[in-house]
Design a protein around this ligand. Structure first.
Ligand code: ADP
Length: 592
């Protein structure tokens, strides 16, 4: 690809350079041809003038002077370097430059081809370095024929008139245009050049006979005629680089390709030299640009690929994560479903177990008093038969007590089934007194030391929102449990405190019994959870207490009292205050 760019750019540059060279060459050839053609007619024109002709016939100094002046004027008008008249022997008799130190007068030019041509009666032209002035120039000549001319006859030639044209200014123009232009003569010797050091050197081969002719005609004033550069295989010309030709001053040498065109004069050729180095440089630059472009494209490609890969990897990671998440979620969902069904089964099993326990407990609780009633009734009937009515009456009383127990049990169960209820102000302190009174018998029997603390300045009332039955039930359950716990205690103590804290009434029931074991503490408020022997407890007391507190929008918790405070268990109940009700109630009391 780079090779292709190189060739393409080099070809394009070459084509362009060649086109330019051809155009310049055409311009310079026509201008040189034009410059030379201007003088072609001049010698013959002058040779026909009687004044000129008369100068050759006689040796009259006055005539020679006139001719000299005339030639000088014509030379000045035509911009010829010199115009001069030679006699048959080639001796200059009159010249435009007669008054200058380099005057041609008295010099012989019979060895010059242009003189010989004129002598033969022809127009002559020649390029040579002036043997008098040392300045190169183009010489054009015409025969001077004495006497009237007659067509067809060969007439005696009296002498020759020659015009020397300097072409130095032309070369200066080429130089100024910065171009390498050469003109070589028929022998291949460079006679005009935009570079002065290339003049009088030759292209190609200069054979011995040509050298001899040049020497005989003193054409180049004895110049060495070194070859100009070296022709390479591809036809280009390498100039410089040769140590011997030091004048060129370029140790590496410069390669040129040449376009040439013939001129109409003397077999001359004009050559236009195009330096090859800039063409190669432009090709090299194009290759560099192309290489840089390729590199940039390559880097871009790599970058795009890398970006694509990164995106792909990121997408893949995201996909993997998504899939993992989805898998996880579906597993969680399925596990949740399993757990839910397992839990449902457990709940179902738990319900059945609880129902079983409850049924067993209720059956036992009911069975005992019923058995007692049956026994007392049977023995009562026998006592009446025997006439012991007094003892039978005692049986009836016992039957009544057992029925009461059954009624209490059933009431509890009904309460368990009952939800909600009224929310009216209830005096917790009064209900406490009532319940303690009911339990007074047990307290005395167990020898319990009871302490009740009430808030000061409350006028004895501590008001909560609820209904009396449930509040009493709550107190009964807590106090009964405490009394149960104090059953085997040496000096049993029961402390009940009532306190009011802003919107809350706080009730604590503490005993110095054995306290509650950690394992029991966890299930304390569960239904049918009991540590007591069958018949002693149903495991509903605290469950009912918990339900009542919930209904009254309060809280209940149990803890073990620190040994420093007497040990045992302590129940802590918070119930919302019924302040407004309290207010209303106390107002009513004040009125009565
Ligand atoms: P029950 O009294 O019928 O056993 P509860 O629900 O009232 O049912 O009580 C559950 C259990 O809590 C009791 O069996 C007992 O182990 C424990 N408990 C309740 N109150 C106390 C207390 N004051 N001291 C020690 N343990 C208690």
């Amino acid at each position: 690809m780079l090779w292709w760019v190189w060739h393409w750019q080099l070809d394009a540059a070459m084509r362009e350079a060649r086109r330019h060279a051809d155009a310049r060459l055409a311009l310079y050839t026509s201008s040189l041809d034009g410059a030379l053609a201007r003088f072609a007619y001049l010698p013959d024109l002058l040779a026909r003038q009687p004044l000129i002709q008369s100068a050759l016939g006689m040796d009259n100094p006055a005539v020679i002077r006139r001719v000299n002046r005339h030639l000088a004027r014509v030379a000045a008008d035509s911009e010829a370097e010199a115009i001069y008249l030679m006699n048959r022997r080639g001796l200059t008799v009159a010249a435009s430059n007669h008054a200058t130190p380099g005057s041609f007068i008295g010099h012989r030019y019979d060895y010059r081809p242009y003189f010989r041509a004129a002598l033969r009666g022809d127009q002559g032209e020649f390029f040579a370095v002036g043997s008098t002035t040392g300045r190169p120039g183009y010489f054009v000549s015409a025969p001077v024929i004495s006497g009237p001319r007659e067509a067809g006859d060969r007439q005696p030639v009296a002498g020759a008139l020659a015009v020397k044209v300097s072409l130095e200014s032309l070369q200066a123009d080429w130089r100024q245009a910065g171009e390498k232009v050469l003109v070589s003569d028929a022998n291949g010797v460079v006679i005009l050049s935009s570079r002065p050091d290339w003049r009088f050197r030759h292209f190609g081969r200069l054979d011995a006979s040509a050298r001899e002719a040049i020497r005989a005609q003193r054409q180049f004033n004895g110049a060495a005629l070194e070859p100009l550069g070296e022709r390479l295989a591809d036809g280009s010309l390498l100039i410089g680089g040769e140590p011997a030709g030091g004048a060129v001053g370029d140790p590496v040498g410069e390669r040129y390709f040449i376009t040439s065109s013939p001129l109409s004069t003397l077999g001359w050729r004009m050559h236009y030299l195009v330096p090859v180095r800039p063409l190669y440089a432009s090709a090299r630059d194009a290759v560099l640009v192309a290489a840089a472009g390729c590199l940039a494209l390559l880097l871009l490609g790599l970058w795009l690929r890398e970006r694509q890969q990164r995106l792909w990897l990121r997408e893949r990671e995201a996909r993997i994560m998504r899939e993992a998440n989805e898998r996880l979620e579906s597993r969680v969902a399925s596990r949740t479903r399993e757990l839910e069904s397992a839990q449902a089964e457990l709940v179902q099993a738990g319900k059945l177990a609880a129902l079983g326990t409850m049924a067993a407990g209720i059956a036992h609780e009911l069975n005992q008093p019923l058995a007692g009633i049956r026994t007392y009734a049977a023995s009562g009937a026998r006592l009446i038969e025997r006439g012991r009515e007094a003892t039978a009456a005692d049986n009836f009383r016992r039957i009544q007590a057992l029925s009461d127990r059954l009624a209490t049990l059933i009431r509890q169960l009904k309460l368990f089934a009952r939800k909600g209820g009224a929310r009216e102000p209830v005096d917790l302190a009064a209900r406490l007194d009532f319940v303690l009174e009911l339990l007074d018998d047990r307290l005395t029997r167990q020898g319990v030391r009871l302490t009740v603390e009430r808030p000061e300045g409350s006028g004895g009332g501590v008001w909560v929102a609820g209904d009396e039955v449930r509040v009493e039930q709550l107190l009964t359950n807590l106090l009964r449990n405490a009394l149960d716990a104090l059953r085997d205690v040496a000096s049993p103590q029961l402390t009940v405190t009532l306190a009011v804290d802003e919107a809350q009434v706080i009730l604590t029931v503490a005993d110095n019994g054995p306290g509650i074991e950690a394992e029991v503490l966890e299930h304390l408020f569960d239904p049918f959870y009991t540590t007591k022997a069958v018949g002693d407890g149903l495991g509903l007391g605290l469950f009912i207490a918990f339900g009542i507190v919930q209904d009254l929008a309060g809280r209940i918790r149990a803890e073990n009292r620190p040994a420093g405070e007497g040990g045992g268990a302590r129940f802590h109940v918070e119930l919302p205050c019924a302040r407004q009700a309290t207010q209303r109630h106390s107002n009513e009391e004040a009125q009565t």
